[in-house]
Write a protein that binds this ligand. Sequence first.
Ligand code: UGA
Length: 437
Amino acid sequence: MPEDRPPLAGRRVAVIGAGYVGLPTALALDRFGHSVMICDRDDERLSHLRRGLSPILETGLEELLGEALHRGQFRTTPRAAEAVVGAEFVFLCVDTPPAKDGSADLSFITAVAEEIAPHLERGAVVVNKSTVPLGTAELVEGLIGRGDVDVVSNPEFLREGSAVANSLRPDRIVVGAKDLTVAQRVAALFEQTGSPVVLTDRRSSELIKYAANAFLATKLSFVNSLASMCEAVGADARDLARGIGYDRRIGPDFLQPGPGWGGACLPKDATALVAMAAAAGVEVDVVRAALSSNDSQRDRVVEKIRVAAGGDLRDHTVAVLGLTFKSNTDDRRNSPATAITRKLIERGARVRAHDPTVKAAGEAPPDLQQVTVCEDPYEALAGAEVVVILTEWPLFRELDYRAVRDLVARPVVVDTRNLLDGDLLRSLGFTYFGAGH
Ligand code: UGA
């Protein structure tokens, strides 16, 4: 940015929802020099924030929060009606969890829209940042029912674990609005990021979010299927990833095979995209196939573990390393690691598990009732007949595998993430199964 052109800052912004999307967004906007009021109905969450404590595990979030509190422009309130007073921009970052039928439950967003409607300033812009179905901007506009207030779509693309970096330096900013000048005003809030900006209509903007996640999901299902093929034909998925990843049209990211893709977003959004397309009379069968391939991937991993265990899982001890859906998060929503662990239990295996974010003390989480959760990885490994890496936590690479070999009952490792050094393990006497080689 040229020195003589000060960045657009000092706008008054309200952010409703202090979760995975709202909090990094609010703190990034604060860092860009805007004055931010964040609202969450969870008072405890707010009091944590005021004390500088992040309610979610995100690299760099507490530092950013500390800086925001130090600058003194960052305020909190439990009441949405209060948050919007004086705000030029109101970001809706509330949860839109899947309802029983798989569609997005919009009750939080509609309740907030109705609550804030009479309190919004004249000319305020309401910005939908939550992942919402096509047509939600129009729905919110109807609920607010004010001709002087604009409703725009500005989807979020941040990844759990790197939410701060993604918020401060997003790959792109997408804003969908009825009126181009309103879209430009919203995009200007993020001018300091220097990121490319895509201005469009509201439906396209809403669809971009689903398309991005469904594309990533499809890419990963392709990679996992090809990894299985590599195993079957004696090829190596790691070289395959490099060999295709240098092609700029394909790109090097999201080419790592794993136990299946999960989390709160990819499965939900890929499913929703298929459903929304079907409702519009369009069959997006490539994404449907990606979803079913991802279901099969979990079974393929269980099958691999069964073979590694010598043919039967019943009464065999399996040490599971990793329960979260990926590393650097404490999130187990739709986690392939947790799903595979449950399948192992169903097949009669005794599972001992370790994950740095899952506490052994107290009552085990309901979905892990029959799992022996150990706070120490070595404790989980004791007596194991198969060791399975399900989440790519770096600490699993740093274990002393010489000591591990003496702890386990059989030195067999199934590494679904290609996290470990297979050659080193083999030299220590392990039988090592990687992913796609
Ligand atoms: C995803 C998208 O990447 C974000 O851009 C998006 O904003 C977010 O959803 C959202 O909609 O909120 P996230 O859910 O944090 O982010 O997870 P990813 O980092 O995308 O990982 C998804 C899954 O793919 C994980 O299970 C991960 O282990 C798996 N994965 C990822 C692989 O198996 N291999 C890879 O090479 C990359």
